[in-house]
Design a protein around this ligand. Sequence first.
Ligand code: FMN
Ligand code: SF4
Length: 467
Amino acid sequence: MKIIKKIGISGADVYPIVEGGKGVGVSNGLTAGAFAAADAVGTFSGTYPNLTCEELDGPSVRRSEKTRQNRSKQLADEGIRESVAQARIAHEVSGGRGRIHMNILWGLAKAEIMVDGILSGTKGMIHGITCGAGMPYKLAELAEKYKTYFYPIVSSMRAFNILWTRSYNRFSHLLGGVVYEDPWLAGGHNGLSNKENPLVPEDPYPRVAKLRAFMNGVGLKETPVVMAGGVWNLKEYEHWIDNPEIGPVAFQLGTRPLLTKESPISDAWKQKLRTLKKEDIFLNKFSPTSFYSSAINNAFLSELYDRSTRQIEYKDAPDAHFCEPLTLSSTRKTVYVEPDDWARSEAWREEGFSVSIKTPDSTVLFLTKEKARHIQKDQSECSGCLAGCRFSGWLDSEEHRYVTGLRPDPRSYCILKTLQRVIQGINVEHELMFSGSIGYRFAGDPFYANGHIPSISELVRRLLCGG
Ligand SMILES: Cc1cc2nc3c(=O)[nH]c(=O)nc-3n(C[C@H](O)[C@H](O)[C@H](O)COP(=O)(O)O)c2cc1C
Ligand code: SF4
């Protein structure tokens, strides 16, 4: 194994190992501080850390506002306060070593306001901001305002080209690196484009080499690429290191740090990681953000799959094919469906799926009364966490009266609630557990034998030795 040398990241020489930022609260001040203390890069999540949802008793202030727009504002204010607290923890734990980054989802409601608020309250503590899920053009200006490095997360050269051309070329002195997040392999939300097939993964090497060639062409020869997604150890990436086709490179790990002493996820989630097989983790498209995401196939995901199988196409007026009338239980309106689908819907009704609701894709979905109540409750309690939400129809825009204009989608879910529950260890099998595709490797790696859970400094040492 080659000796892993330190490289320049966010103004200091550190090991090219980057903690992947994980909301909500999965990477926090303690984990980020520990990575930094090991002379690597720690990343806490600025995506609503340490806040709980309404019905949970937890450490946060309850969101008491009556309207979604006021709740959204309250959530952002709390998010800023909690993120500042996490930055302070990270700064203290690091002991001044390494680098501290903050990750935030650009697709959040008020992402710009939040980054501004957090950076203004944490002078000198956050060395870099990593941002994905959307096109964060404005990130560069915010970085300039606070003299902080910025790191866009992209999944193709094309996406970076657009960001560079429209905005980043004016702020290249603060562009700390470009995170290439493999859209087939990485945990959490993924940036698969419409042209890419979720079932046909592409080799990251040529995609990163293409990104590097573009970066070299615009004068970013010395700017690191951060490879994220599917990285278990550095031994497997030895041919990337000191390779002119890839240039300066660092490696971001999101899934592997989940099983460390400092990781705040529950014991149940940690135990689950040890049992995973390759086929237990895959990409799905249920997220209210409308992005693909990679998660563990548990009861939460199975229910969503199952839910989506009970839908049929409809038309508002009858025609030669859509000739069977169907009265919707939700509105008592009549729509028209094909005879075979009508027979299926009758069978579902008999099984107890008696509530029929329209989806935004001209289909009718069949739910039990209990599930329909649950969905309605989550939609009505929406706190406006996202810039736009497919599940509740919330849009963070006064001009559009805070609605997307699309029908709320009952095939999706409230991501804020489920992530807040899973981080508190409540019934984790029934909540969303993000994981990268390599999550199954815990089970076979002798490093984790006999129930061993390493500290973050032990993990970094192990990575530096290739393992
Ligand atoms: C539980 C979990 C939560 C994540 N949350 C976020 C997030 O909030 N924002 C983000 O940009 N990436 C998020 N990610 C992606 C990681 O930052 C990282 O890029 C990715 O996990 C790397 O791939 P790997 O899982 O194969 O190591 C998350 C990943 C996991 C496993
Ligand atoms: S319904 Fe959507 S926007 Fe509202 S809190 Fe949940 S995930 Fe966020």
